[in-house]
Structure formats: structure tokens, C-alpha cells
Design a protein around this ligand. Structure first.
Ligand code: GAL
Length: 380
């Protein structure tokens, strides 16, 4: 008996020594400059909402990949409610999170939480959406958001026949009536998407090839709070009533996100679009959400922009691991993302445009979706 106790005591001492060699900095809880083993660290992951499947996939991907590295993960969804997200982050800090990964609902609303994180030496990684007005954002992992907007505008032009998929002049000449939608104004990405799109569309609006018949061309007019499908449907209904009640038709709609696209499409279908005599307008999108991929396969939605959230999760894990080891993550962009206080070092991933013909090669071959899921229009 005493022998066994002795053995246990030695093992415990050994374990403690090994842990010490594992090398947390003095007093460090493994945060910046800590250099701790993954097994000792908890990573708080704060996601905005579960109403959009992309954020569910993001949360799952980040969690799985962090756990595979040995980290403990505290994953929370905030139901698109700003106070809930603030409170969840405060709680992660209180409960001893060592690193935070945050996809903000309102990018300007978390300065207090980030101050708290900084005071506790907790590195903060902004996930997909930049956190603004705070110097305590340590790194940003995202996609090339300006390029998303450029790709959406090009997809609109391709859908209208003004250009081919590889950017050559198309057979159509216009003029075409289009309407513009943008994302939520509290999300920094909304501006990048809209600015990217307008960099392509504005010259064609100026030369009369494209006509925004409603006259609503500013991002403030085009914005959809919280990116909500129902809000987008209502705005499209209003546009149809106010600008197209003279027998004219809308030919294309710039939409920044698949959920918004589905709202727009519902409004268009309710107004009689979508028959052989009255073709559904060209509607763009983003995120390759399964319901929209099916609409694309069925010829209802024209395109989406695919952002591989598995790769984004991977980058978040790479960044978290760098911080855990007391290092700075490697950025590939140190100029673009000024959050109002500082330029946040960023890692940007590329994006891909998906038309019906690309579903197999881009989405199914990469195992993002299965052929059965596309057929059913829902995830397994
Ligand atoms: C943005 C994100 C888009 C889309 C949108 C709505 O921040 O970059 O991919 O998901 O939110 O959720």
C-alpha cells in the first residue's frame, strides 16, 4: 500500500515537473507570451447566430479542429443579440479562457469586452468579421472581402450576359434594370462587399448600361439589418411596388448573402417572376448555403460566392496556436483592415464564384456538400 502511494507521489511530482517544463510564463495562464501546451488551454469561441447554417458550420469546424489539437473549447452562440454576445464573452473571460475567437454581431459593440480580455492577457482573434474601435484585436482571419464584392458584381454581369464567366465581353448590351442590396451596417464586411461590387458596377451605371430604377444606390439605402431574409423580402417587395409598377421589369439584383437572396427571390416569385414568360431576374449571393445551392441547381438563383469555412476555421486554429506558443500569427495582409484605432494584421483566404455548372467541381468534389444534400436542399 505504502509503496503504491509512494509511486503515485513520484508520478505526481514528475507530472508537475513536466508541466512546468512545458513552460507557462510566470503567472501566465497561457495567454500571449505564455507558451503553454494545448492540453492546458481553454479557447472561448463566440459565434453570432445559429439562424444561418454557415455560422453553425463555422462553430463546429473551429471546435473540432481546436479539440483535435488538444485544446478545451467553450463555444457559444449569441442568437444575434448584442448584449448576449457581450455577456457570453465576459463569462468566458471570468471562467478562465486563455484565447478568444470572436465573430461579432455588431463589430463596434465589443470594445469593453476586449479591454477586459487585454487586462487578463488574453489574445483576441476576430473571426470573419473585424471588431472595430478597439486596440485589443490581436489578429483577424477572414476572406478577401473586397474581392467577394467584385466577384458578386462580376457574377451579376455574367448572369445578365454582359460578360462571360471568364470576364470577356458577352453578347448582351443592356440597358438592364438592377437593384442593389447590402449587408448589415454594423458588420464591417458589408462595406467591403458593397465597395467591391460598386467598383465594378458604378462605371456601368454611369454609362447607362445598368439602371438602378429605384434610385437607391447608397449602402445606407441598400442595407439589410442583421442580414435578415424577411427584411430583404420586404425591401424587395417595396422596390417592386414603388419602382416597377409601370410594367417595367427588374433584370438583376445584387445580393451580398444567400439568406438575403432567398428573401429577394420570394418577393420576386410572389410578384409573378419565375415563369417562361417572365424569367426570374439574375440574383447573386454568398456563402453557398445549401438551400441556395439547390436554388442555383434549379436555375432560380444565379450564383453564390463560396467561402470554404473549413479553411477559415483552420486559419483560426493556426492563429490560436501561434498565440498559445507565445508567438505572433503570420499575416498575409497588414494594410487593409483598419478598425478605426489600428490596422489589424490579417490572414485573408481566397473566394470562388459558383454558378450551376460549378456546383459539382467546387462544392461536391471538395466534399463541402454531398450530391444528395444539393438534391434535397438541406444539410444531412
Ligand atoms: C458576413 C459574412 C458573410 C455572411 C454574412 C451573414 O459577415 O462575411 O459570409 O455570412 O455575414 O451571415
Amino acid at each position: 500500500m505504502s509503496k503504491r502511494l509512494g509511486f503515485t507521489a513520484v508520478s505526481a511530482t514528475l507530472a508537475l515537473t513536466l508541466a512546468a517544463c512545458g513552460g507557462e510564463g510566470a503567472g501566465g495562464s497561457g495567454g500571449a507570451g505564455g507558451g503553454a501546451e494545448a492540453e492546458e488551454l481553454t479557447i472561448g469561441v463566440s459565434m453570432p447566430t445559429q439562424t444561418s447554417e454557415r455560422w453553425i458550420a463555422d462553430g463546429e469546424n473551429v471546435q473540432e479542429q481546436l479539440e483535435a489539437e488538444g485544446y478545451t473549447v467553450d463555444l457559444q452562440y449569441a442568437g444575434d443579440d448584442i448584449p448576449t454576445q457581450s455577456q457570453q464573452i465576459d463569462q468566458m473571460i471570468t471562467e478562465g479562457a486563455d484565447i478568444l475567437i470572436i465573430a461579432a454581431i455588431d463589430g463596434t459593440a465589443l470594445a469593453g469586452q476586449l479591454e477586459n480580455a487585454a487586462a487578463n492577457d488574453i489574445p483576441v482573434i476576430a473571426y470573419d468579421r473585424l471588431i472595430r474601435d478597439s486596440e485589443n484585436v490581436d489578429f483577424y482571419v477572414t476572406f478577401d472581402n473586397f474581392e467577394v464584392g467584385v466577384a458578386q458584381a462580376n457574377a451579376l454581369l455574367t448572369g445578365l450576359g454582359l460578360q462571360t464567366a471568364d470576364g470577356q465581353p458577352g453578347t448582351a448590351t443592356g440597358p438592364f434594370n438592377i437593384e442593389l442590396f447590402a449587408g448589415s451596417l454594423d458588420d464591417n464586411n458589408a462595406f467591403f462587399f458593397f465597395d467591391g461590387a460598386m467598383s465594378v458596377l458604378q462605371p456601368l451605371i454611369d454609362d447607362g448600361t445598368l439602371v438602378v430604377k429605384s434610385g437607391q444606390t447608397s449602402i445606407e439605402q441598400a442595407a439589410i439589418l442583421r442580414w435578415q431574409q424577411e427584411t430583404a423580402q420586404r425591401r424587395m417587395e417595396d422596390l417592386l411596388t414603388s419602382a416597377y409598377n409601370d410594367g417595367s421589369r427588374v433584370d438583376g439584383v445584387l445580393s451580398p448573402y444567400d439568406g438575403i437572396s432567398r428573401g429577394i427571390i420570394t418577393a420576386l416569385q410572389n410578384a409573378g417572376y419565375g415563369s417562361a414568360a417572365n424569367a426570374i431576374p439574375v440574383v447573386t449571393g454568398q456563402d453557398a448555403e445549401i438551400a441556395s445551392v439547390k436554388l442555383i441547381a434549379d436555375g432560380v438563383q444565379s450564383s453564390t460566392i463560396f467561402k470554404d469555412t473549413r479553411l477559415l476555421a483552420e486559419q483560426a486554429v493556426v492563429a490560436a496556436t501561434a498565440f498559445a506558443e507565445g508567438e505572433e500569427p503570420e499575416a498575409n495582409d497588414t494594410e487593409t483592415y483598419d478598425n478605426g484605432v489600428k490596422v489589424v494584421p490579417s490572414y485573408l483566404l481566397p473566394v470562388e464564384t459558383v454558378f450551376a455548372d460549378d456546383i459539382q467541381s467546387v462544392l461536391i468534389d471538395s466534399e463541402y456538400w454531398t450530391a444528395e444534400e444539393v438534391e434535397a436542399g438541406q444539410a444531412d
